[in-house]
Design a binder for this molecule. Structure first.
Ligand code: NAD
Length: 274
């Protein structure tokens, strides 16, 4: 399998499909899942400090036959580490756990507007980027007003915003704003954590194409231009979720997906999350 890349706003190429490892713990289990994903053809991994499996991802990098430069590693700063000096410390901790000397993509995990430290946090991200310790920097769960506040004082425009995005939450406002600002859209919980797999419209499209609901949902995301990081700890599903490059959804199928938006979240609203 060869996964296409998206060219980020700083020219870096990022695989459009990666492997999400939230809730795959402990480290040994994460290592095994990531090695399975590498074997299936994934070349990007999405972890975070708070997932407590950066060590497991690092062990998979070490155990695989892949060169470090063949893998795109994303990790995220946890909320209680926002600030300037604390970011620099947290970054070093993540590097040590991952057993690498650079990160491909470092994300501010949540804006936490209640604490109002994300602008200062971003200055530290810009420092890490200027020092060449990270190839690209981005944000996650930023609402339009958080992005605008950040951009008022930022030197570096975030390369992407990783947001909850699935058939029941199509994020029309952010999707349009990202285009305008040159920020890539990355979907977390691209399968709605499984809740959208039984949708009758999706099932009908899947049945007609001889694919699974998960596959047509991920294919829909790719055709929208989104970067996706589906998660599974089951080998057959890990393989299924990357078998997306030998079929296409028609314009009618894309329109059918557009019509099932409900504005329904599986996660918390970013304004409420501390
Ligand atoms: P997801 O939408 O990827 O769904 C995963 C679940 O769907 C699995 O646990 C399994 O139950 C089911 N599933 C997966 N593949 C399937 C298949 N082929 N057939 C049937 N069922 C299948 O949900 P997620 O894990 O929440 O999100 C994916 C990744 O996004 C995470 O691992 C993490 O890396 C990232 N994420 C980021 C944030 C954030 O705040 N930035 C939040 C949540 C998740």
């Amino acid at each position: 399998v060869s996964v296409p890349t998206v060219t980020l706003n700083n020219g870096v190429e990022m695989p459009q499909l990666g492997f999400g490892v939230w809730q795959i713990t402990p480290d040994e289990r994460a290592t095994e899942a990531v090695l399975t994903a590498f074997d299936a053809g994934y070349r990007a991994v999405d972890t975070a400090r708070i997932y407590t499996n950066e060590g497991g991802v690092g062990a998979a990098l070490e155990a695989s036959n892949l060169a470090r430069s063949d893998v795109f590693v994303t990790t995220k700063l946890w909320n209680n580490e926002q600030g300037y000096d604390s970011v620099l410390r947290a970054f070093d901790n993540s590097l040590a756990k991952l057993g690498t000397d650079y990160i491909d993509m470092y994300l501010v995990h949540w804006p936490v507007p209640f604490h109002n430290r994300y602008v200062e946090t971003w200055r530290a991200f810009e420092k890490l980027y200027a020092d060449g310790r990270v190839r690209a920097i981005g944000v996650s769960n930023f609402e339009p007003d958080h992005l605008r506040t950040l951009l008022d004082s930022a030197d570096v425009v975030p390369a992407l915003n990783q947001i909850e995005f699935h058939p029941y939450l199509q994020q029309h406002e952010l999707f349009a704003l990202h285009r305008e600002l040159g920020i890539a859209t990355e979907s977390w919980s691209p399968l709605g954590q499984g809740t959208v797999l039984g949708d009758p419209v999706i099932r009908a499209i899947a049945d007609r194409l001889g694919r699974t609901p998960a596959q047509v949902i991920l294919r829909w995301q790719l055709q929208l231009g989104n970067i996706v990081v589906p998660k599974s700890a089951t080998e057959s599903r890990i393989r299924e979720n990357i078998a997306l490059f030998d079929f296409e959804l028609s314009e009618d199928d894309m329109a059918a997906f557009a019509a099932i938006h409900r504005g329904e979240r599986v996660g918390q609203h970013p304004n409420d999350f501390i």
